[in-house]
Design a protein around this ligand. Structure first.
Ligand SMILES: Nc1ncnc2c1ncn2[C@@H]1O[C@H](COP(=O)(O)OP(=O)(O)OP(=O)(O)O)[C@@H](O)[C@H]1O
Ligand SMILES: [Mg+2]
Length: 285
């Protein structure tokens, strides 16, 4: 497994605070995966993301991009931020201009995209985030969920190699969440590594193919969703909950589950139950 981004032994405290937000953080982002970054409030997820684009600088330890230590020179940071896109937890921190169309096209202009491509790419990403009808509406008139989608569009349109999303589904309704996940799957299939910080363990379990868990400024678990969530006691002791599907799966008698892999979607679970029912009916049980 190769790692696109790594944090090594990072300590970090916010100015004028005593508590360490990151303490000896070692965390590795595997290339090409869909990664869920989990952890209770204040465990350091957002602080790690801000290190990943060089906004915060570690007090000790270092960040690596494709095995190379970060350089904090202004032009190297600019290059890094073209490769790593961060969608902030709070969209207010991200949106600069007055309408979705202006905000998204500004990012492209800033990245040096030729003027002739800008309107096409902007229109395309706004359409894929279901924002076309809001394109010219003042941003301060948008709902929080709509602002989150605009902030996402503004980063997605720049097609970074590594996409970091801080709680992207918070405030999104079910339809917007499904659209976002479909869009993420599409860009992931084109080769982008996607990391999502989330409190939604059901989403982490169903969506991710790699899970990282942070606790008090360190990374305490890493592995596939099946590996990580199999450690039920640890998950619960870290203030997280077991994904609902896995919890229900464990209520299925073991002799029925046998070697079957735990289902990751409700549809797969339903299929399993229907198969069992057919087998019972066949046996006249
Ligand atoms: N701007 C700040 N100034 C001072 N302390 C901060 C600041 N931002 C975060 N912290 C502290 O740093 C620690 C890590 O916070 P961080 O925001 O990284 O956690 P998080 O895992 O993203 O939490 P959440 O799930 O609530 O978003 C917390 O103890 C928090 O209080
Ligand atoms: Mg956070």
């Amino acid at each position: 497994m190769s790692f696109i981004l790594e944090a090594r032994d990072i300590n970090y405290s916010y100015p004028a605070t005593d508590a360490q937000a990151l303490r000896g953080l070692n965390l590795r982002i595997p290339s090409g995966k869909k990664i869920a970054l989990c952890g209770h409030n204040g465990s350091g997820k957002s602080t790690f993301f801000l290190h990943a684009i060089g906004i915060h600088r570690p007090a000790a330890g270092g960040m690596l991009w494709k095995g190379e230590p970060f350089s904090y020179r202004q032009d190297d940071l600019r290059t890094l931020r073209r490769q790593v896109g961060l969608v902030f937890q709070d969209p207010e921190q991200q949106l600069i201009l007055s309408t979705p169309y202006e905000d998204v096209s500004y990012g492209l202009r800033n990245a040096g995209v030729p003027e002739s491509d800008i309107s096409l790419r902007t229109a395309h990403i706004l359409a894929s985030m279901q924002l076309t009808s809001l394109a010219d509406k003042p941003i301060h008139h948008l709902s929080l969920g709509q602002k989150k989608r605009v902030a996402l569009a503004g980063v997605l349109v720049l097609a970074p190699e590594l996409l970091l999303l801080d709680e992207p589904t918070a405030y999104l309704d079910r339809a917007s969440e499904q659209q976002l996940l479909a869009e993420l799957d599409r860009i992931h299939a084109q080769g982008m590594t996607v990391v999502m910080a989330t409190h939604d363990m059901n989403l982490a379990y169903a969506w991710a193919d790699w899970v990282l868990v942070m606790d008090r400024g360190t990374c305490v678990m890493e592995g596939t969703p099946a590996e990580v969530f199999a450690q039920e006691e640890t998950i619960v002791s870290l203030g997280l909950e077991l994904p609902l599907l896995l919890d229900l799966w464990q209520a299925v008698p073991e002799r029925l589950r046998r070697d079957a892999a735990p289902p990751r979607t409700a549809e797969a679970f339903k299929r399993f139950l229907l198969e069992q029912r057919e087998a019972w009916e066949f046996l006249n049980i």
